[in-house]
Design a protein around this ligand. Structure first.
Ligand SMILES: NC(=O)c1ccc[n+]([C@@H]2O[C@H](COP(=O)([O-])OP(=O)(O)OC[C@H]3O[C@@H](n4cnc5c(N)ncnc54)[C@H](OP(=O)(O)O)[C@@H]3O)[C@@H](O)[C@H]2O)c1
Length: 294
């Protein structure tokens, strides 16, 4: 039997609708709307695209965005000054520094300079530290991991007590999503490039989160029947039949795994739209917190 396809695009659209209503209520009650500052350093095409998509999504739900496009050779001190000015700007409820930053920039110092109350990407060391500890709720949870949990919740997939396997341990996806699953009482295994017998470990999963960046690595015979799969991977593979010469695939061989799984996200149209929806969620929550709306 073929799996339930978890439609991230539709779920993200529902969330954006909820946020639009909240922003309208804020405008009506306080004559204010949330503000998101995006900080883009250099001219990486992928980063430019992500920032453009984030600004467009803000506009659609009524969030004001403040774009700061900075030159590749900006100094550490100049970049820190931009962040500190945004910290002081009351119109700005969230600050997003698009990663990766150029090599000469110390990204830990830059992310650590963001006001905790405006850390809508959730990468401030204190927010990550709180995420890693029991009963220390972070002010903000990183957007992609938060989106993965939201997809499970809104699809009615139980987390508590289940065997969860996370493929990947990066700071931005694998590690934080693992912490979230643990806090939700999953029994957790984290895999990485040194894990032995990866298919054997993956086969134990009731919930599988794949975030490795390897095209279609997880095959149909790696998974247990009835598994729920969240595929975070975005990989470009050559495809001469497409006008642009490539197509995007996940870390999971979708066509094979969907025949075994109970539920699975597609790529594209799964986790991707949720990442942006969660950024809008965090920015709106930050504004509501500032206005005392909770
Ligand atoms: N949908 C979205 O919004 C979104 C957001 C962020 C990222 N992504 C995508 O998610 C994927 C992962 O991103 P990332 O930033 O977490 O990547 P990353 O920083 O490169 O981390 C990859 C992780 O996978 C592990 N890994 C690599 N090859 C492996 C293998 N053959 N077997 C087992 N583990 C392996 C690495 O292990 P080690 O730690 O041992 O090196 C590492 O922990 C990428 O495709 C990225 O484009 C999507």
């Amino acid at each position: 039997m073929s799996a339930q396809i978890i439609d991230g695009k539709a779920i993200a659209a529902t969330i954006r609708g909820e946020i639009t209503a909240e922003v309208e209520a804020m405008k009506a009650q306080y004559d204010k709307v949330p503000g998101l500052a995006t900080v883009l350093v250099g001219e990486r095409r992928d980063s430019q695209t992500y920032v453009r998509m984030k600004k467009k999504a803000c506009a659609e739900v009524g969030i004001t965005s403040f774009g700061h496009d900075l030159p590749e050779d900006i100094s550490q001190e100049e970049l820190l000054t931009v962040v500190r000015d945004l910290n002081a700007n009351p119109e700005v409820n969230g600050i997003l520094v698009q990663l990766p930053l150029p090599d000469h920039i110390d990204d830990e110092e830059v992310l650590g300079a963001i006001d905790l109350e405006k850390d809508v990407d959730g990468f401030h060391p204190i927010n990550i530290g709180r995420l890693s500890m029991k009963r220390r709720d972070p002010l903000f949870v990183p957007c992609t991991p938060k989106g993965c949990i939201e997809l499970l919740d809104r699809s009615g997939i139980q987390i508590e007590g289940k065997r969860a396997v996370v493929l990947g341990r990066s700071n931005i996806v694998g590690l934080p999503v693992a912490m979230l699953l643990l806090h939700r009482n999953a029994t957790l295994t984290i895999c990485h490039s040194r894990t032995q017998d990866l298919p054997g470990v993956v086969r134990e999963a009731d919930i599988l989160i794949a975030a490795v960046g390897r095209a279609e690595m997880v095959r149909g015979d790696w998974v247990k029947p009835g598994v729920s799969v969240i595929d975070v991977g975005i990989n470009a593979v050559d495809d001469p039949t497409r006008e642009r010469g490539y197509r995007l695939v996940g870390d999971v061989a979708f066509d094979e795994v969907k025949e075994v799984a109970a539920a699975i996200t597609p790529v594209p149209g799964g986790v991707g739209p949720m990442t942006i929806a969660m950024l809008l969620r965090n920015t709106t929550d930050s504004a509501k917190h500032t206005l005392g709306m909770e």
